[in-house]
Design a protein around this ligand. Structure first.
Ligand code: HEM
Ligand code: CU
Length: 588
């Protein structure tokens, strides 16, 4: 019977191994799909930067790109949606599964991938055939082809699929370990997906109720202001859907990678809940310059928007202190010695720390735009894209790049083909984005408009209109070229490692962090055979009333839904009672 037991045991181990290998392959597929989208999207970005520097590359690109606006739509849709959705839908399932020692529902996870891939292909098709140059906000009455809207619908629905997977895994785990707190990475992932599940109702409603029927010819006109309001119900929280997965890595992994511990597990939980609660009701701050809703509401929106500074500051302090601790453990002394002592030669750490630094600027300029009065100065200028390239364009993009530097070796068993090139890519990204963003913000203050093909103007007119912003516009173009180099270095490392990295026998484990005051480990029910069993982190339930309270994610979701409804009903009410019937416009 001992023999029987052994064979049964090894058969079980084999299954485990095969399942884990399948999950790694899917995670890799999510990474490749996401980074391929970014590769196409980011290669167009520098052309836009050159446009602002007065260099018009578009005639040379004809007929691949027929206009600046076609390129800009591709850039925004691929980078803002396709890239981020694929990476996030992979990470926020894979990391929690390994943390809990459970297997995710593969059927659902694959379905999410297929939905998003089908959506992305339809979007690519309709954008490259120049039928849908409606920019990433697809505001009606600008009209795209039905393929575009249907693709966007599939992509959006696919991006919500991690939510049921996480709910199922958490329920299984909770059932086995009554009374314990959800481990941190799972908790953060779940709150992110609950936030996104609620948030996406806006865009999905806009697509299903307004844009799909309109593009398919069931209705002949569309109400632009209702469309915009529904869009921003999703379009503001999406910035947290970009940010929170990066925070998952900062809170859940970075401190361990840097050689230290997370200084507070409950603060990480609180940050995620605050981001969830504050992000949902405030989307209409993107409509400060739209007509039709009361100034009182605009004032309330400003106040609510500013509340988001709170979780951002908690993050700055918690991550800052965790890094300081790591630096001191590594022998750093004095005020700044700890910062220099961080493991800068590790591209996975360097990328995240540099991303965190750029976020200080992103947060600060966000406060400007969130204020109704100040926003009037920068509205629709290139200050705005300046802002979101130091947020999603750096915080998210660089963090995901940094994650790929350990994750691709972890998934494939191959080692990075070049640490140096990986380091160069994140430093060049940091430098390029800093120069670029400085130029964009500065030129925005001169009133240089966003979404404007200004390089197509006759040179004399370009100089009359924008001559005073000559220096900042030159910085925009220079930053763009540096970013091209950064992108090139990154893709050599990324695809080079997947294809040609040398195979080892050792699989890099997932660097799950540990927290002070936390339990050192979970005994995992289903140990994975061919990798080190990960160690979760969590404040002990008895130690943290805060963490215990925040375990009630259902109630938090319900409360947020009620507050969001309370914020949107008064805004939508007058619009629904004064419908506008706009015919579609195809401009470019
Ligand atoms: C827009 C450059 C990477 C997301 C823009 C604009 C420029 C630009 C100049 C403004 C165009 C205009 O308003 O007319 C670049 C450069 C990049 C880069 C040089 C470096 C490779 C990224 C990344 C993301 C991103 C990584 C997101 C992950 C967007 C979005 C827009 C935009 C969503 C708005 C498009 C619109 O207004 O419809 N980019 N970008 N970009 N970028 Fe980037
Ligand atoms: Cu917003």
């Amino acid at each position: 019977s001992a023999v029987l037991k052994t064979t049964q045991f090894s058969a079980a181990r084999l299954d485990e191994g095969a399942l884990a290998a399948t999950e790694r392959r899917w995670m890799l597929a999510f990474l490749i799909a996401g980074f391929t989208a970014l590769m196409i999207g980011a290669s167009i970005g520098p052309l836009q930067a050159l446009n602002y520097g007065g260099i018009n590359a578009y005639p040379a690109l004809h007929p691949v790109l027929k206009s600046y606006y076609q390129g800009l739509t591709i850039h925004g849709v691929l980078n803002g949606y396709v890239f981020t959705f694929f990476i996030t839908s992979g990470l926020l399932v894979y990391l929690p599964a390994r943390e809990l020692g459970l297997h995710p529902n593969l059927l659902l996870w694959r379905s999410g991938f297929v939905l998003m891939a089908a959506g992305a292909l339809m979007l690519l098709w309709s954008m490259f055939d120049n039928s849908s140059s409606v920019l990433w906000t697809f505001y009606p009455p600008l009209q795209a082809s039905a393929v575009f809207y249907l693709g966007m619908t599939l992509l959006s629905i696919g991006s919500i699929v991690p939510l049921p997977i996480l709910l199922e895994m958490r329920a299984t785990w909770k059932h086995r370990r009554r009374g314990e707190l959800t481990p941190l990475v799972t908790y953060m992932s779940l709150v992110t997906m609950l936030m996104w599940g609620l948030a996406s109702i806006g865009a999905v409603a806009e697509l299903l109720l307004q844009l799909d029927p309109w593009a398919l010819g069931f209705t002949s006109t569309v109400d632009p202001i209702i469309g915009r309001t529904l869009f921003w119900l999703t379009g503001h929280p999406i910035v947290y859907f970009w940010l929170m997965p990066a925070y998952v890595s900062w809170y859940g992994l970075l401190s361990r990678q840097a050689g230290g511990k997370l200084v507070s597990d409950p603060m990480a939980r609180l940050t995620f809940v605050l981001l969830f609660v504050f992000s949902l009701p405030v989307g209409s701050h993107h409509q400060f310059d739209d007509p039709g809703f009361s100034p009182i509401w605009r004032g309330i929106l400003v106040a609510l928007t500013m509340s988001v500074a709170l979780p951002s500051l908690i993050t700055a302090f918690t991550i800052g202190l965790s890094l300081e601790f790591a630096g001191r453990v590594r022998g750093g002394k004095g005020w700044f010695g700890w910062f220099r002592a961080l493991p800068w030669s590790n591209p996975g750490v360097a990328g995240q720390v540099l991303a965190a630094i750029t976020f200080i600027f992103g947060g600060a300029t966000g406060v400007v735009q969130g204020s109704w009065q100040l926003d009037n100065i920068v509205h629709n200028t290139i200050f705005i894209p300046g802002h979101f390239h130091v947020t999603v364009g750096s915080v998210t993009a660089m963090t995901f790049m940094a994650v790929s530097f350990w994750m691709v070796p972890h998934l494939t068993g191959r080692s990075l083909i070049s640490r140096r090139l990986a380091l160069a890519s994140v430093w060049l990204w940091f430098a390029g984005m800093s120069i670029f963003a400085l130029g964009m913000h500065w030129a925005g203050l001169f009133g240089v408009p966003r979404r404007a093909w200004i390089s197509a103007l006759p040179p004399s007119e370009y100089h009359t209109l924008y001559g005073m912003a000559h220096v900042p516009l030159a910085l925009v173009a220079i930053g763009g070229v540096v970013l091209w180099l950064a992108t090139f270095c990154f893709y050599v490392v990324f695809f080079g490692t997947i294809l040609f990295g040398s195979r080892g026998t050792y699989r890099e484990p997932i660097p799950f962090a540990r927290a002070f005051g936390g339990r050192e480990s979970y005994a995992i029910d289903l140990p994975l055979t061919d990798e080190t069993t990960p160690v979760g982190i969590v404040a002990h339930p008895a130690l943290s009333p805060l963490a215990r309270t925040l375990e009630h994610v259902g109630l938090i979701t319900l409360g947020t839904a009620v507050v969001t409804a309370a914020a949107y009903i008064p805004i939508l009410w007058p619009f629904v009672h004064h419908l506008t019937h706009a015919p579609g416009w195809i401009v470019w």
